[in-house]
Structure formats: C-alpha cells, structure tokens
Design a protein around this ligand. Structure first.
Ligand code: FNR
Length: 387
C-alpha cells in the first residue's frame, strides 16, 4: 500500500509522537503528552529505562523468536497490551475504537478506561474477547456498582481497579491551556483548531468527546466539575478493595502500585495481580519511576500474583527490561496513542509494529529465543548488583 502519510519513515515511537504533535492542536496534544507539575516523574520514567542495561549473548540459535506471553489463562502474541486511557478521542477522534480493534487484530489485551470517550459496551464488542475493564472507584457507590455490573454484562472477565487517584493529578500544561471538557472555544483554541484542519474536521464529524460511561451523570449534573468530583474519590480504602474483591468474580488487579508493602497487601487480599504504574507520570512529580520500584515489589510478591508494569515503555527493549527485573507483562499507554495521533488506524498499526519489531530484534540480540525465558541473568553486571 502507498504510504501517503509517511508513516514508514517513522523509525521510533518518538518519531510518531512528533508526527502527532504536528497535526493535533496543542491543547489536545498536551492532554495526552503532559505529566504532573514540572513533569519530573514523566522524564524519569524514560531515563530510568535507559539506565537498565542488558548484556547480549551470542552463538545461540535465534532463528525462531517466540514473543508470546500467557496471562490469566489467555495467550497473547506479544507481551504488551494497551493501558487504559480516558478521553482519548480528544487526542484523535475515534482513537478508542481504533485501539480496541488493533488489540484484537494483534491479539493483545485492550484495557477500556472508565473515563473512555466510548462506552465500555462498544469497546468490549470491538476488543472481542481481548478487552479488560479499568475501574475508577467513584465517590458515589451506586455509580461504582453500575459500572461493575455493566462490565460484567458486557462480558469483561478482568477488572483493573485504579488506586493512584486519591486526588486528580495537577497537570501544569492543562492549566496553562485552560483545558475544559467539553472544549471551550476560546479564540486561542479556535486558532489552534484552524491550524490543524484535519483534526478539526474529523472532530467535527465525531462530535465533542466526553466521558461516555457516565451519560446519566452528565445529564443530571449542573456542571462538568460536578461530574469530575464523582468520577474518583479520596475515600477509597483497603476495606473498599476487600469488598470489590468479594464482589468481582473474575480476575482482579490493582493499578498504580509503587510500594512493596501495598503490593503484599494486594496479594494477601486475594488480588490476582497488580499493575506497577505511576499513571505515566501524571499523578505526582516526586514519585519513583516504575522500573526502579519494580525489583523490590517483585521480591516481596515472590510469584504470588501477576505483575504488569507500565509508565515509560517506548522501546521493545523496555518490555524486556521490565521482564528481567520481575514483571510478567507490560502495558503501553502513550506509545500506542501517539501512533493513532500520527496516522489514525495506520498510525496505530505502525506504533504496534515498531514496538513488536524492536522486541523481536532485541530478543535476537540478547540470544534468547523466547520472551518467557528472559530473566535477571540478562541484566548487565552493574544492574545485577544494583538490584
Ligand atoms: C492515562 N492513564 C489512565 N489510567 C487509568 O487507570 N485510567 C484512566 O482513565 C487513565 N487515563 C489516562 C489518560 C491519559 C491521557 C494518559 C496519558 C494516561 C494512565 C495509563 O493507564 C498508563 O498508566 C500510562 O499511560 C502509562 O504510561 P505511558 O505508557 O503513557 O508512559
């Protein structure tokens, strides 16, 4: 097929990010690209991955590379899935469905966010057996229960409860951009839209994005601020998690774990897994990068639960670094989102291909024919003593 958008020339996720930046209004690009406060944590996520060295071994037959990984009884073709991202259609119209379909086509998990701009039912249909559901515990127990029963009815069997939002993250870029949902058409926003006509026209066609799972709430609330107050709660405790564990019959994971004591508490409570995550550096600027938090967590968990890691995955080798330090599986958030921003369906596929091909190449270079075999012995001597 002719590559009219020049996607084949994107060599890396960073190239796709820059391409997305060139065709999306700044306020919408920053919504996804930005992090908390001065973005220290966002930067550290990537830097910390780069600091983890793995040492290649040669003269091993790597003509057949197996990237498959099994999680909760399901075998996926590559060991990364799509992290939950709220309001992603604001970044590129139709992004939610594009990614859900991509995940099904490539046989990887797709996590539908509570705050997605497409309903969980439509996303379950598009992900067709590869969908997981991420739950934000609401300040209103009826709202939480309604999301859970809808997720059950839609056929999701894996629930990811996000724990790292006792408060909304303070994102300085969004404040500077005076970001509002639904969009407020200030002269600046209109100008940014005019400079990105393709985004503007596609957005016009799709209509203003919103938190689609909360349609009832949106109708009855007097302001969007009211809706936002209901989406998350500062009052979510271990007691609530225990109730959720009893309520949800399928697999249950807790997302946003950074402390080994919290990880152990999740295991003791009967959770099936955790997502070691700092929300992609969007919650706190002062926190640790996940790849640095991982070794102590993996040691404390000692195989009792599945460990998924996200925040900062930009290269195929990052997936292997996470495995070497104790993760079973990974999520990519922005990496796949940048692809959609760079070129809709074809861009999402390009982002997937970049990560997947880098992963295969890195396994070959490490002299390891299968992802399942990657472990601490791949780490360079300095990283082994450091961990
Ligand atoms: C997120 N993330 C997120 N997490 C979650 O549990 N529910 C959500 O609705 C959202 N929404 C969301 C929006 C945007 C714009 C971003 C960038 C992220 C966090 C997400 O699931 C994941 O933890 C990070 O994206 C991982 O970091 P990387 O891969 O983006 O660096």
């Amino acid at each position: 097929m002719v590559d009219l958008m020049g996607l084949d020339r994107a060599a890396s996720i960073e190239d796709l990010r820059l391409k997305a930046k060139s065709r999306i209004p700044r306020f919408a690009f920053d919504l996804v690209d930005g992090g908390a406060e001065n973005e220290r944590n966002l930067r550290r996520n990537s830097e910390a991955f780069e600091e983890v060295e793995m040492t290649p071994r040669y003269m091993v037959d790597v003509s057949d590379i197996d990237t498959r990984a099994s999680v909760f009884g399901q075998t996926f073709d590559v060991p990364f899935g799509m992290a939950p991202i709220g309001m992603l259609n604001a970044f590129w119209p139709g992004a939610d469905l594009t990614l859900a379909r991509l995940c099904k086509a490539q046989n990887i998990p797709y996590t539908a966010s509570s705050a997605a701009s497409t309903t969980l039912e439509k996303l379950a249909e598009a992900a067709d057996g590869n969908g997981w559901f991420q739950l934000y515990v609401s300040s209103d127990p009826d709202v939480t229960e309604s999301l859970i029963s809808r997720a059950e009815a839609a056929g999701y069997t894996t629930l990811i409860v996000t724990a790292d939002v006792p408060a909304a993250g303070k994102r300085d870029r969004d404040i500077r951009n005076q970001l509002a949902v639904p969009f407020r058409f200030t002269p600046e926003v209109v100008l940014q839209c005019a400079m990105n006509p393709r985004w503007a026209l596609t957005s016009l066609k799709h209509g203003s994005p919103n938190v689609a799972n909360y349609a009832d709430l949106l109708q009855s609330a007097t302001s969007y601020a009211d809706v936002q107050k209901t989406l998350i709660t500062a009052g979510f405790t271990w007691e609530d998690l225990k109730r959720l564990r009893n309520r949800w019959k399928g697999k249950l994971l807790v997302k946003g774990i950074l402390h080994e004591k919290d990880a152990v508490a999740c295991a003791e409570l009967g959770c099936d897994g955790i997502v070691v995550s700092n929300h992609g550096g969007r919650q706190v600027a002062f926190g640790p990068p996940t790849i640095e938090a991982l070794p102590a967590i993996a040691k404390a968990v000692a195989g009792r639960m599945t460990i998924i890691l996200d925040s900062g995955i930009r290269r195929g080798a990052d997936v292997l670094r996470a495995k070497a330090l104790g993760a079973d599986f990974t999520f990519a958030g922005r990496a796949l989102a940048y692809g959609v921003g760079a070129g809709s369906d074809a861009g999402a596929k390009r982002a997937f291909d970049i990560l997947q091909l880098e992963l295969v190449r890195a396994l070959g270079q490490l002299g390891i024919p299968s992802y399942a075999e990657v472990g601490p012995s791949e780490l360079s001597a300095s990283n082994r003593t450091g961990s």
